[in-house]
Write a protein that binds this ligand. Sequence first.
Ligand code: SAM
Length: 384
Amino acid sequence: MNHSAIDLTTAYELIDRLAEVHALPPADYAALIRAFCGGDTLRPPKEGEIGAEASAALAAYARAKADPLRRQYYGNQIFIRGLIEYSSWCKNDCLYCGLRKSNHTAERYRLDTEEILACCEEGYRIGFRTFVLQGGEDPYFTDPVLCGIVSAIRSRYPDCAITLSAGERSRESYQSLKAAGADRYLLRHETADPAHYALLHPPVQTLETRMRCLADLRDAGFQVGCGFMVGSPGQSADTLAQDLAFIQNFRPEMCGIGPFIPHHATPFAKERAGSMELTLFLLSLLRLLQPTLLLPATTALGTIHPQGRELGIQAGANVIMPNLSPAIRRGQYLLYDNKLTSGEESAQNLALLKKQMDGIGFSVVTDRGDPAGADIDASQSKDV
Ligand code: SAM
């Protein structure tokens, strides 16, 4: 069945509606995605193929609607986060990820507190006011260890935001990390469909636990980020519609999406990478769905296309997370093949990133980059 002929007529109306009321029923999200892709494949037609022009026009329409909404809250500002990949050890076995424990060829390292603080020092000097500590689920980082690192950063950099991306932990753990001075936590939900979640993870990892963690993070007082890969094996217009419906309901402060990219030493080695065009379209839809969302143009987007990050910003993203990890470690934190580790990806190359953003009419700012409208208690940072 060719959905595009039927659905394109209403797709524009659905985008108008989303821009106006910032919500749609799941079936409408699915229809919109099918209209864009010209069917169920999640592979929008490429230039020269049937339907390519209609698909590109729909993306341009969503982008044009998303842009003023983003500007209403954030102007032309792009927030930057310094990403510190503190451990490549992981006890989990996510089928898509190069850090999975069954990948015995992965190079493993962990940074100690001094190394992490050295990254922050350099980042602060360059102009970063948010540090993102991301790692595999490494049992070495118990609550006392991770809380110690967070409080050390907090006391040295009271004017900076601390974001953690340390996976699933207990409710008490999240509360301790918040009390130690962390502000934000990124934990992608990966997919809001339980059957799809089970395809991407071993049975011990469940969507139920992931959702429990997201709720606990919110209760602990974090600004919370969820998100998903675009084009992960088993994904469909319907599972993506569930992702958008979940975000509409959960209202995260942040949402990370990027194309799935295969890693050669995982069970998904032979799967195809997700579509950049669909990722960009979804970025626009997310901006329409929740105009204040902090939405990164991710490394994965920059990896599948040389202009991926700029295109992501133009589609509606407003955050970039350059890499602040020690240079010798960057090639060892490999979630997927060919991960970008140099050029504008490098935090040290901020001048290049600024130039690129200037070139498309955006401005990289030195700022914590909190969500618009968030009630930030500045004293909270100072008195720890
Ligand atoms: N362990 C933490 C967690 O699971 O949230 C943080 C690190 S984890 C590697 C960060 C994110 O990388 C995951 O949420 C996943 O969406 C993304 N990722 C992993 N493998 C990927 C792949 N092959 N392609 C694209 N993104 C991938």
